[in-house]
Design a protein around this ligand. Structure first.
Ligand code: PR8
Length: 469
């Protein structure tokens, strides 16, 4: 693949995902194709969240004093906040922030809603746009200033144990979601210096883009009682006393779409799984001088039949060369192409060509079994794409035992490095500086007798590091 970032920019444009020419840095326009991928992706997530969360919608603006209430939180975000200072020509006496995230919008309301232990747990989510004045290099879908697909969940619980359990549940939710999309990931506990501002701890999902750098694609935060104390979220316990609640929040963004595009794509362009593809199949008629009408008629009926079964199908009957159509639909990532020519009709066959591996099959066109066969082929494509992505991801995780090896591995291969670590902040930061990497976080406990790869002290954790976006 040509240089990833160039490929990525080109494909966003060619496949009409987003238009990056909007005249504000870090803010883009979703085009119909991109919007459909976004919609199908969100639908998968919403279906999972809807099982035990309620969807809500909070205002975009946050009063200055609410945003400022939680000191650690505001410190983490102050350099990234956009402010509304005027209403028309009138200067506002209280500024409003455009939400960078919605803790300080939601929690004053939670304080009104939570009364008794019987109100708990509360689990809400919303899909909104959030604004962050990012100072690092912005990149479409990856680091934006208007995050348009911010899916944030916020939960309130009676006990610390329940909040911990919710963190586990949120991790499960994202695992299910990323498996459906075929996005491989590591899960780690972020180091203290990289946790969400105001959180007790942060669990993060990272994936790997083809240039060897990791991308944080979702985070789950245990907020403990910090925000509950700041926003006075209390409940009446069984014995009538008032207790502060425990909270969690978790979220993801447009980066999920960036990962779908970046991880599965190839030299020919996008490669989408049937789960998110705007068109899951395209029907291309193969027309010769004779028998053209018969082919077109067959294709129309085929399209109707597949649509009737709920598939997203397009019949490409444009009067251009079939090869040109193949090229175009491959670039747009359509998972399956169905080709129908006069000979196929005579043989009661339909030719299927998979986008993910190019496999061509002469499928029996038996009205009894055809839909079943297509359905299982679609499922197979999803599974194979997931497997392939996981395989190449796992190949990029390497265990390394010396700092020299880290540098060599990073320079030559990139990817993710697993290593034994003492867990000290000073050692971690030193490692980040000397090796030019980020410590992603902790995965598990070290085996007895292991020493820290960087400082040589007894190791506590197996941790991960990588070059990151
Ligand atoms: C929270 N509060 O906000 P988080 N461009 C694209 N994606 C981004 C960007 C950006 N500029 N910044 C962050 N993300 C919590 C949890 C409510 C929900 C993505 O957490 O600040 C990252 O994938 O960690 C990040 O993991 C996710 O948004 C949530 O943001």
């Amino acid at each position: 693949m040509t240089e990833f970032s160039e490929w990525f920019h080109n494909i966003l444009e060619e496949a009409e995902i987003i238009d990056t020419r909007y005249p504000i840095k870090g803010m883009h326009v979703w085009l119909p194709q991109g919007f459909k991928i976004r919609k199908h992706t969100l639908n998968i997530l919403k279906e999972i969240l809807d099982e035990d969360h309620e969807e809500v919608l909070f205002p975009l603006l946050i009063p200055e004093d609410e945003l400022a209430k939680e000191a650690i939180h505001v410190k983490g975000f102050e350099s990234e906040v956009y402010w509304v200072t005027h209403g028309g020509l009138t200067e506002l006496n209280k500024k409003f922030a455009l939400r960078p995230t919605s803790e300080t919008a939601m929690y004053p309301m939670f304080s009104l809603w939570v009364r008794s232990h019987t109100d708990l747990p509360m689990k809400f989510y919303q899909v909104v746009n959030t604004f962050r004045y990012e100072t690092k290099h912005t990149r479409p879908l990856i680091r934006v200033r208007e995050i348009t697909t911010f899916t944030e969940a916020h939960t309130v619980h009676a006990t610390r144990e329940e909040a911990d359990m919710q963190v586990k549940r949120a991790i499960e939710i994202y695992e299910t979601f990323f498996h459906e999309l075929g996005i491989p990931y590591t899960i780690s506990k972020r180091p203290e210096w990289d946790k969400f501002p105001g959180a007790d701890y942060t669990m993060a999902f990272d994936t790997l883009l083809p240039d060897g750098k990791t991308l944080q694609i979702a985070t789950v935060h245990n907020l403990g009682q910090t925000f509950a104390k700041t926003f006075n979220i209390t409940y009446e316990a069984l014995e009538g006393e008032h207790e502060y609640a425990y909270q969690t929040c978790y979220g993801l963004s447009d980066r999920v779409i960036a990962s779908i595009i970046g991880i599965h794509g190839d030299e020919a362009g996008l490669c989408l799984s049937p789960a998110v593809a705007p068109y899951q199949m395209v029907i291309v008629p193969i027309i010769f001088k004779k028998g053209g009408e018969e082919v077109l008629d067959f294709c129309r009926k085929l399209e109707e039949k597949l649509k009737g079964e709920g598939f997203r199908v397009h019949f490409d009957d444009r009067d251009i060369r079939a090869g040109k159509k193949y090229y175009e639909w491959e670039m747009r990532g359509v998972p399956l192409r169905l080709e129908v020519g006069p000979r196929d009709i005579a043989n009661k066959k339909v030719v299927t060509v998979r986008r993910d591996n190019g496999e061509k099959e002469f499928m029996d066109f038996n009205p009894e079994t055809f839909i079943e066969d297509i359905t299982s082929l679609m499922e197979k494509i999803n599974i194979d794409m997931n497997k392939k992505a996981w395989k190449s991801f796992e190949d990029e995780i390497r265990t390394v035992e010396s700092i020299e090896e880290v540098k060599k591995t990073m320079d030559e291969l990139g990817g993710i490095i697993s290593f034994d670590w003492c867990g000290d902040e000073s050692c971690g930061k030193d490692l980040e500086e000397t090796a030019g990497v980020d410590v992603l976080g902790i995965q598990s406990e070290s085996e007895d007798g292991k020493v820290c790869m960087n400082c040589g002290k007894p190791a506590k954790h197996v941790a991960l590091m990588a070059k990151t976006y």
